[in-house]
Design a protein around this ligand. Structure first.
Ligand code: ATP
Ligand code: FE2
Length: 315
């Protein structure tokens, strides 16, 4: 069985195809980037409109298939940016009609979790999902996801992107912050963990002020990483102690950060647990994760329109 997945919730338009074992056969994407600004919803939707057909063609050509060869077309129904979601949904409907294939609308957050789980062949991990909008600690019970910790304000990725914009590093900011951080030294920042929840907005305000005071970009990048990653390591360690789980899986775009993985790996080692992440090409947004989530949900969901505020724990 083959499933084609379409991702379009935010910056990335992607098409992936997976089989019933969760093996990724092709995964092509084109992401909106900007040298100076952030994500402007209409600009991003325009980007998706332009790249949709070429991305589809490239994905199919890579494995020498046509749309007719896939059994289902899955799309990211939400959560996400309204105009971007509608763009993806429009192409999903169009292609499904052309090829006469059933649609499966899936949850983007669950897709991040399930691709990480199948790739690592895990049974029952604690998930740390850290992306643009989301920062959540999640576990599964009786076929449902439960969020036991999360950011009380903004997602870590968005916070890093906002900070990068101030430093004029362009979008996305995470990878550039990671580079600069290597050359910086630590300065103290607010550290806000409440049980298993965290908060980043106070840190953003503080680093904005320090930047005005001419503290170097490198020191700020280094300190923001050390502080935020340590906060999450503390919160997720508490969640592991609380649930007794021995596997930690990091997913989402911020999971591409090597220092973050290093800190979580050390934490797990100290408590005799195992740390897992996903390869770079499956960490951020892409179509393969949507295809695999589509495989898991094909009996549950069909054409469900778009759901801009759909949480993982509502699936
Ligand atoms: P969500 O999944 O919550 O809807 P999203 O789809 O925008 O959000 P992803 O593609 O999973 O998120 O992640 C994008 C985020 O990852 C951006 O904020 C980006 O700055 C961040 N990011 C990417 N690479 C790195 C890195 N090396 N270090 C830190 N952050 C990174
Ligand atoms: Fe995402």
């Amino acid at each position: 069985m083959l499933l084609l997945g379409i991702e379009s919730t935010a910056h990335t338009f992607g098409i992936g195809i997976v089989n019933e074992k969760g093996e990724v056969l092709t995964n092509v994407k084109d992401s909106f980037t900007s040298p100076d600004a952030g994500m402007i919803p209409d600009k991003v939707a325009e980007h998706h409109e332009t790249v949709a057909e070429p991305v589809l063609q490239k994905a199919l050509q890579e494995i020498n298939l046509s749309l007719k060869d896939v059994n289902y077309i899955a799309y990211s129904a939400g959560p996400g940016i309204d105009p971007c979601l509608w763009k993806g949904y429009h192409f999903a409907k169009k292609w499904a009609k052309e090829a006469k294939k059933p649609l499966v609308g899936v949850n983007h957050c669950c897709a991040h979790l399930s691709i990480g789980k199948v790739w690592n062949k895990l049974k029952d991990p604690i998930y740390l999902y850290v992306s643009g909008v989301n920062t959540q600690i999640i576990f599964e019970e009786a076929g449902k996801y439960h969020v036991i910790g999360e950011t009380l304000d903004i997602g870590l990725g968005n916070m890093l992107d906002k900070f990068a914009r101030l430093l004029q590093l362009g979008f996305p900011g995470g990878p550039k912050i990671e580079e600069l951080a290597k050359k910086g030294k630590y300065i103290e920042l607010p550290y806000i963990v409440k049980g298993m929840d965290v908060s980043f907005s106070g840190i953003l305000t503080k680093i904005q002020q320090l930047y005005q005071k001419k503290i170097s970009k490198e020191d700020l990048c280094h300190s923001v990483q050390e502080t935020c990653f340590a906060m999450l390591a503390e919160a997720v360690e508490r969640a592991m102690a609380h649930t007794g789980k021995k596997e930690l899986l990091l997913v989402g775009g911020v999971g591409a950060n090597k220092r973050f993985c290093e800190m979580l790996g050390l934490m797990c080692q100290e408590r005799k647990a195992k740390f897992y992440n996903v390869p770079l090409d499956l960490a951020g947004d892409q179509g393969a994760m949507i295809a695999w989530e589509g495989y898991l949900r094909k009996k549950q969901y069909g054409d469900i329109g778009v759901k801009p505020h759909w949480r993982a724990d509502e699936v």
